[in-house]
Design a binder for this molecule. Structure first.
Ligand code: PRX
Length: 631
């Protein structure tokens, strides 16, 4: 996916007339010098409502534990919901949702969104949830996931959303780590016309997670489930109780009070619990969406991500609501039942901005232009891409076939850790297909060599960010040492992204991929360690190594090397069984494309698996330095 782009010649310039109309015409116009990022962010924070103002914009006295808008009192839900209840915006659509089969549409004005969130918040309180408590949410892409997240935030509880494709082991691990007392789930979810049995998966997880006292279940697929009378409650029963009715006030919080934790894969060991807070995250997400996508009152915004990932958190749930926009949410994927589903939805609902992942674009490209060409896509104004590098071929297809050459593509680079866009174009600037553009206002990025010196333009190196930003994670939940060692110790004072990149002479950044043991499969982030530990939990497996190899649609596919225990023989059946095992014990997205049975794995003398060597061999590339290789 990193086909060396011709940096110099492939430039798409904006239509001059359209460029005039965009909110941002010039980076410097709003931002001033990057060094003055405090003023820039303070001005943006003033565009939102605070119960009490901050006394310090940025407190860096305990860096890298930064604190933003210190002293301020706020609640993100006040700015997502409460503020829009005054005046005409109370009747504006906040959310339009369409079911996977396309048969059901549910719409919520800001007024009715508030009612739903209050009901959920009342229910949570009745379940004993209070400020600071963690709540695990394992729900499909249905409006209730939005309500549940906002309800937690409203009462000051900390949500921990687990993507509803993860296995019971993965949920269990996240429940135990976050010490959640409450899990919110559904009977099932619809995945390409079939039911994925969420409640059964939660039952299995909760069996080994004794902290859980209550499980709230939303009915979605009418699947038969077992309800533990003391522990499990249908939401449809709870919402009819008197306690669920009536007003629920929004908790007044400190700007730095935690909003959520979101587990994401790292290079080693268990997933990292990224912690975000109310004040800074709110300002960062609000601002980036407003400026980069030039969001207008009349827009219908569609972020196709699942709320189980950070893109869904920031740009399906919080960002659009903070901007008082109308957010579109579709339960299904891009190609079911036919590869025109998305184009049909864009036409029918008049979507103006589509924000999706390169993997989805590549999978749709395979079906040819006839599918999108059957639909009127003229409502589209802007397009977006996120999650992995977009190859220029897919970029141009997206631009020409979907955007009809009119819609600039915002290729936004960011991470679970950064909370909001960090490197991105704005619509008025010339675009270079495959490049994420330039650091966002107030941010400065660098590409460094191993010693920490900037490499010359055009050369590959380690991507770092230089300035703190409001939406940055505050720490790793319960693991501040790992926060410092993972992100801030390699180049003291600079944030290590874990990505490799190049900068060109025009200051555009070209992200190449991860430099650590993180694999991006269809834009989803997986750690080699998680895949390997899922493998060795199978009785036949003694040892395993996982690597990512380039894949035409998925970006990367998992390729695994497995050493079997004595008494087991390689076979196709065993290969299938292992694939199913990974799917069940980690997630279907982690299913390896290929499994090779080997006698031994290449290791360093200190016993570390040399994945780099496996990758080089698989790709037929030079093996590099192998002096540390054990016999
Ligand atoms: O490698 C980069 C890639 O996704 C990683 C972050 O993954 P995650 O925390 O799951 O967040 C994904 C959605 C924000 C990054 O370290 N990545 C993300 N966006 C881009 C990207 N790579 C290239 N171009 C992008 N636009």
């Amino acid at each position: 996916m990193t086909d060396a782009p011709d940096l110099a010649s492939d430039i798409v310039t904006p239509d001059p007339e359209a460029a005039q109309a965009y909110r941002i015409r010039d980076w410097d116009e709003v931002a001033g010098p990057a060094a003055d990022f405090r003023t820039f962010w303070e001005d943006r924070a003033k565009e939102l409502e605070w119960y009490e103002p901050w006394h310090t914009v940025l407190d860096d006295s305990n860096a890298p534990f930064y604190s933003w808008f210190t002293g301020g009192k706020v609640n993100i839900v006040h700015n997502c919901v409460d503020r829009w209840l005054k005046g005409p915006t109370r009747n504006k659509l906040a959310l339009i949702w369409v079911s996977e089969d396309g048969q059901e549409t549910r719409t919520f004005s800001y007024f009715s969104l508030n009612r739903e969130v209050m009901t959920w918040a009342n229910v949570l309180k009745a379940m004993g949830v209070s400020k600071g408590d963690r709540v695990t949410i394992y729900l499909p892409r249905i409006p209730e996931i939005v309500f549940a997240m906002l309800a937690c935030a409203k009462i000051g509880a900390v949500h921990s959303v687990v993507f509803a494709g993860f296995s019971s082991d993965a949920i269990k691990e996240r429940i135990l780590d976050s010490e959640s007392n409450l899990v919110i789930t559904a009977d099932g979810s619809w995945v390409n016309g079939k039911v994925f049995e969420l409640k059964n998966i939660v039952d299995e997880a909760v069996r080994h997670a004794p902290t859980v006292e209550n499980v709230v279940v939303v009915r979605r697929t009418n699947t038969e489930v077992t309800m533990d009378p003391l522990r499990d409650h249908w939401f449809s029963d709870l919402e009819t109780l008197p306690i669920a009715k009536g007003q629920c006030s929004t908790e007044v919080l400190d700007a730095e009070d935690p909003l959520y934790i979101l587990y994401t894969s790292g290079s080693t060991g268990r997933p990292k619990a990224i912690l975000h807070t109310h004040g800074g995250y709110m300002v960062g997400v609000y601002t980036t969406l407003k400026y980069v996508f030039d969001l207008r009152d009349e827009d219908r915004w569609w972020c196709t991500a699942d709320p189980g990932w950070v893109t869904g958190h920031s740009y399906l749930v919080y960002g659009p609501l903070l901007n008082g926009a109308t957010s579109f949410m579709y339960e299904g994927g891009p190609t079911y039942p036919y590869p025109n589903r998305w184009w049909q939805l864009i036409e029918y609902y008049g979507i103006n901005i589509l924000y999706t992942a390169p993997t989805a674009i590549r999978s749709l490209m395979r079906f040819g232009e006839a599918w999108p060409n059957r639909h009127d896509l003229s409502s589209l104004r802007l397009l977006g891409s996120v999650g992995e590098p977009i190859n220029p071929e897919a970029w141009h297809w997206y631009h020409r076939v979907i955007g009809k050459g009119r819609c600039p593509i915002m290729d936004t680079w960011w991470q679970t850790e950064t909370g909001a866009f960090q490197i991105t174009p704005v619509p008025s600037m010339p675009l270079k297909p495959g490049s994420g553009g330039k650091p966002f206002f107030g941010q400065e990025a660098e590409v460094l060599d191993e010693k920490g010196n900037p490499v010359p333009d055009g050369q590959e190196g380690f991507l770092v960010l230089k300035n703190p930003w409001p939406a940055m994670m505050r720490t790793l939940y319960k693991d501040p040492d790992r926060y410092v060692s993972t992100y801030w110790s390699t180049y003291p004072g600079k944030y290590l992204t874990g990505d490799s990149a190049r900068r060109d002479a025009d200051g555009y950044f070209w992200v190449i991929g991860r430099t650590d043991d993180v694999i991006k499969v269809s834009g989803h982030r997986l750690g080699t360690a998680e895949v390997e530990s899922a493998f060795v939990s199978h009785p036949a497996v003694a040892e395993a190594a996982a690597i990512g190899l380039p894949h035409e649609v998925k970006g990367n596919a998992i390729h695994a090397y497995v050493v079997l225990r004595v008494g087991y023989e390689p076979s196709e059946d065993l290969e299938d069984e292992l694939r199913q095992h990974i799917s069940r014990h980690l997630s279907p997205i982690a299913k390896p494309d290929q499994i090779d049975f080997v006698a031994a794995l290449p290791k360093t003398r200190s016993g570390k698996i040399m994945r780099r060597l496996l990758k080089a061999r698989a790709l037929g590339q030079p093996e590099g330095d192998t002096t540390t290789l054990d016999d």
